[in-house]
Design a protein around this ligand. Structure first.
Ligand SMILES: [Zn+2]
Ligand SMILES: [Zn+2]
Length: 181
């Protein structure tokens, strides 16, 4: 990646909203819910990092995505992005993931994460192993939830009391989460 990309080559309407005082170019404008900058450009709302890349580097080939190398959502610096295929982008995102999406188990502990032969990782805790499993929801907790649900208590109330997601409560009461006595 060339390092002589300069903001002064950008149209003023974009440049005036970018803070390039640090290594990352921070967008001062509208962001989506995930924190990625968007701008109305060429008649439609577009991610700013793609607009900036197109203007300074060139067109993004069909099917390619820009990998956010610095993993800083508001950054639109093209030097901090790389055009890669969707598959490669997904692989890298998975590689950088530090917790599982389902229950947020800690993947920085290697005992909580396993790797499939295809290289994709999955949560060892959610799949019945790993360190956080027993710790988080003991057999006693699971039994108590099932007993009280069987006695008529609502899943939503149990979820709140035990501070467990409604999805997990549903799996617990349906016997899908863990089989205990
Ligand atoms: Zn950056
Ligand atoms: Zn998990």
């Amino acid at each position: 990646m060339s390092t002589n990309l300069t903001m002064t080559d950008l149209p003023a309407r974009l440049a005036e909203r970018i803070d390039a005082s640090g290594a990352c170019w921070t967008w001062d404008g509208w962001h989506n819910d995930a924190g990625y900058p968007y701008v109305h450009w060429d008649g439609r709302d577009q991610p700013v990092h793609r607009v900036v890349w197109t203007l300074l580097v060139g067109p993004i080939a069909d099917g390619l995505e820009l990998d956010h190398l610095c993993v800083n959502p508001p950054c639109v610096n093209p030097a901090h992005h790389e055009a890669v295929t969707h598959a490669e982008n997904q692989r890298r995102i998975s590689e950088r993931q530090t917790s599982c999406r389902r229950e947020g188990h800690d993947w920085t502990d290697p005992r909580n994460v396993r790797t499939r032969p295809n290289g994709r990782r999955y949560c060892a805790v959610c799949h019945g192993g790993g360190r956080g499993h027993e710790k988080k929801y003991s057999d006693a907790t699971v039994v108590a939830i099932r007993t009280r649900h069987a006695a008529g208590e609502r899943q939503v109330d149990l979820a709140r009391e035990f501070d467990i997601s409604s999805g997990l409560i549903s799996r617990i009461v349906n016997g899908k989460y863990r089989r205990v006595a």
